[in-house]
Write a protein that binds this ligand. Sequence first.
Ligand code: NAP
Length: 324
Amino acid sequence: METSTRSRQTILLLGATGTAGRGAARALLAAGHDVVALVRRKDPQLPAAIEQRVVQITEAEALANDGFKGTRFDAIVSCLASRSGLPRDAWAVDYGAHATVLAEAQKRGRPHFIYLSAICVQKPKLAFQEAKLAFEADLMASGLRYSIVRPTAFFKSLSGQLARVRDGKPYLMFGDGTITACKPISDNDLGRFIASCVRDTSKYNQILPIGGPGSALTSKAQAQLIGDALGQDVRMRSVPVALLNGIVGLSSFLGRFSQTWADRAEFAKIGRYYATESMLVWDADAGRYDADATPEYGDETLEEHYVQLALGEISLDLGEHAVF
Ligand SMILES: NC(=O)c1ccc[n+]([C@@H]2O[C@H](COP(=O)([O-])OP(=O)(O)OC[C@H]3O[C@@H](n4cnc5c(N)ncnc54)[C@H](OP(=O)(O)O)[C@@H]3O)[C@@H](O)[C@H]2O)c1
């Protein structure tokens, strides 16, 4: 790893109260940086070493006066993301809030901007993916040093079925359970990867797809790991993708007349996307996902995570963000 000379840097952290943001906060502190987090409300669970500034991040004046204040930041790390993924929220947060922060950063010493995006933006079909891509484009054109991190699936997104399997219910999978695959990455490993972008010059001005350690896992393989962690046989139930197509079609039609149905249609599209698209690097020339081309990082595995969940050593906090 090539490293830049300044070891201790002052970092502005956005989205510190989210899943990835908490991992990044821990890793940035462990790397010896000074961290200032902009939050909607103070969070007692964040490490005490982090200075929390309460600010309405979408408002330029508040961001300048209460967020940046007089501090000169060396880097901005953003794990900020819309919690719903709905179009208006995605464009307000994944794009709008970031554009506001970028504009302020241009006036404030032009810090390194480390942006947490998602691997799925490589095949955009959803509003939040378009919003993220629009910000990625703005950032790359800004002239600021950037690192765009595009992770695969988080552990939390693959853990929702453990409780239902423990309750004796079947594990639900689309098709035969091998339509999609991913290389899951833990919050800690992703946090360390994000923090490494601060000093690792090979990650400057790069788009960085990243997965966790080990081979790609299909939905069926995840079910097997859940069964092993619980020490019980797993009943599988196949759900046809055509059912999702039907739900998307019907809710999209009703969405022409009602915002509630339009929102349901977007959720259904998000569900269908993850049921049919892998979280791996997309090889556009070959027209397929490429597990071998998907970089691996870290040492925490989904298998260990399931065991910890099964033993009750950790609990699953999906927050308001259960759709991803
Ligand atoms: N889940 C996955 O498997 C996965 C995989 C690859 C990439 N990703 C991407 O990783 C990113 C982070 O995901 P995550 O699961 O860590 O997100 P998350 O847990 O939902 O956290 C979102 C963060 O953004 C903040 N936020 C949202 N709306 C805000 C607003 N209007 N004003 C101020 N703050 C706001 C939240 O603050 P509050 O706590 O105040 O709400 C929270 O800190 C997302 O872009 C996601 O697409 C996720």
